[in-house]
Design a protein around this ligand. Structure first.
Ligand code: CMP
Length: 140
C-alpha cells in the first residue's frame, strides 16, 4: 500500500468539482485517508512548491495556488502515486489523455485542477505539509 498527496486546486474548488474529482479517484479504487479544505498563504504555497523555486512559473504558480481555497487529501492504494498521476493526466490539459481529470476539467497548465505527488520522496514531504500523523486514518 502506498500513500500520495492530492490537491484540488483553486479552479477545481471554485467550479464545484470537489465531489466529481474525488469520485473519479474512488471509482479507481483509491481510498481517502485524510481530507481538508484550506487556503494557503503565498508563503505557504512557496514552501510547498520550493522544488520549483528556480522555474520561470514559480511566482505565478504560487500566486495562483494562494488565490483561493484548495482541498488537500491523502489517497491510499496499490501504486497510489503512479495511479493518481495516470488518472490526473498530463500537466498540460491540452496534452492529457481522454478520460483523465485534467482532460475533463483542466483549463491550462497552471489551472489544471489537481496536483498529485510525483514520487515517494515528494509524497513523504507533501503529506506532512498538510496532515499530522493522527489525521491519517488507515483505509483498512
Ligand atoms: P503540479 O502537479 O501542481 O506541480 C507543479 C505545477 O507547476 C504543475 O502542476 C503546473 O500546474 C505548474 N506548471 C508546470 N509547468 C508550468 C508552466 N510552464 N507554466 C505554468 N505552470 C506550470
Amino acid at each position: 500500500m502506498e500513500r500520495t498527496l492530492v490537491m484540488i486546486k483553486p479552479d477545481g474548488v471554485e467550479r464545484n468539482l470537489v465531489g466529481k474529482v474525488i469520485s473519479i479517484f474512488e471509482e479507481n479504487g483509491l481510498k481517502v485517508v485524510a481530507l481538508k479544505k484550506v487556503r494557503l498563504s503565498k508563503k505557504q504555497a512557496e514552501a510547498f512548491y520550493i522544488v520549483h523555486k528556480e522555474r520561470p512559473f514559480y511566482d505565478s504558480l504560487t500566486t495562483y495556488m494562494s488565490s483561493g481555497p484548495i482541498v488537500a487529501m491523502v489517497l491510499e492504494g496499490e501504486n497510489a502515486i503512479k495511479k493518481v498521476r495516470e488518472i490526473m493526466g498530463a500537466t498540460d490539459p491540452a496534452e492529457a489523455k481522454e478520460g483523465t481529470i485534467r482532460k475533463l476539467f483542466g483549463i491550462d497548465k497552471e489551472k489544471n485542477t489537481v496536483h498529485g505527488s510525483d514520487s515517494p520522496e515528494s509524497a513523504a514531504k507533501e503529506i506532512p505539509f498538510f496532515f499530522s500523523e493522527f489525521e491519517l486514518i488507515a483505509a483498512e
